[in-house]
Ligand binder design. Structure first.
Ligand code: FE2
Length: 278
């Protein structure tokens, strides 16, 4: 694996292996890396829930129409979630982002389990936003110190369309001001915290300047040097730390092929700004 922030586990079976020792091992891997890939699993929704509970308490998904009626904490991501546009496939999660960043306590982690995947395409890409922060020039680190952005359901400058909601549904979706640079909740490492689909400018900064800075940081953080690209195989479980990496989906596969993954999220904590000076 040529991405230093990804661990691959191929010697466990979540159907039979569980217990605190396994949970500790997996949590240590997730904390040390940022993305953990567990191969060759075959999990029903309740078994997937039990597997991911090794990482903490499960968190409800914001958009209820993409959850299982019998297991409301379990979301799904399918090739039929969105209508085709001029015959072309539309998928959720395009453009690099971190999940539910508009929550006061965004999820610590998100997990997907591949049930059905296309022959080619439909990869998920990840970038390490801790390494991206480390590589920023010092003057940029200083410039973003103490800056906050309001994360809403969908930014007025969003490059992607998020789920269309009724006024009643929208009223239930939170919005939260988040730091541009966070102190990672467990490791303490600084990391960029960006979500161009949700960031509504930068507090105290003129609009044009704010979006130019967001674009600069986003382009920097999504450089391929920080990337791991996951090519899904049926049975994969991938769990990632939402405060260590951003991720994005790809709508690049044959719309006639069916893709279906189960999705779970783990509760997180309110984010702390990273300060360049103590
Ligand atoms: Fe996502």
């Amino acid at each position: 694996m040529n991405a230093p922030f990804v661990a691959v586990v191929s010697d466990i079976d979540f159907r039979t292996d569980h217990g605190s020792a396994l949970g500790q091992r997996l949590n240590d891997l997730l904390s040390a890396c940022g993305v953990v890939v567990v191969k060759n699993q075959s999990l029903t929704p309740p078994l997937f829930m039990r597997a991911i509970e090794h990482f903490g308490e499960l968190m409800p998904q914001q958009i209820k129409k993409f959850t299982l009626p019998d297991y409301p904490l379990v979301g799904f991501n399918s090739s039929n979630d969105l209508p085709r546009k001029d015959g072309k496939l539309q998928v959720r999660g395009e453009n690099y982002h971190t999940d539910h960043s508009n929550e006061l306590t965004p999820p610590r982690a998100t997990a997907l389990h591949a049930v059905q995947v296309p022959a080619t395409g439909g990869d998920t890409q990840f970038v390490d936003v801790r390494a991206a922060y480390d590589d920023l020039p010092d003057d940029v680190k200083g410039k973003i110190d103490g800056l906050f952005s309001l994360h809403v359901h969908q930014s007025s400058k969003s490059p992607r369309s998020l789920a269309k909601l009724t006024a009643e549904q929208l009223a239930l979706i939170p919005q939260t001001r988040q730091p541009l640079a966070i102190k990672h909740p467990t490791s303490g490492r600084p990391a960029l915290y960006l979500n161009t689909g949700r960031m509504e400018g930068i507090e105290g900064m003129p609009e044009q300047q704010a979006y130019a800075l967001i674009e600069y940081l986003y382009n920097h953080a999504t450089n391929p040097r920080y990337e791991y690209r996951h090519r899904w195989q049926i049975g994969d479980v991938v769990i990632w730390d939402n405060q260590a990496v951003m991720h994005q989906a790809n709508a690049d596969y044959d719309p006639a092929e069916y893709r279906y993954l189960l999705r779970l999220m783990i509760k997180g904590v309110a984010l702390t700004p990273h300060r360049t000076t103590a």
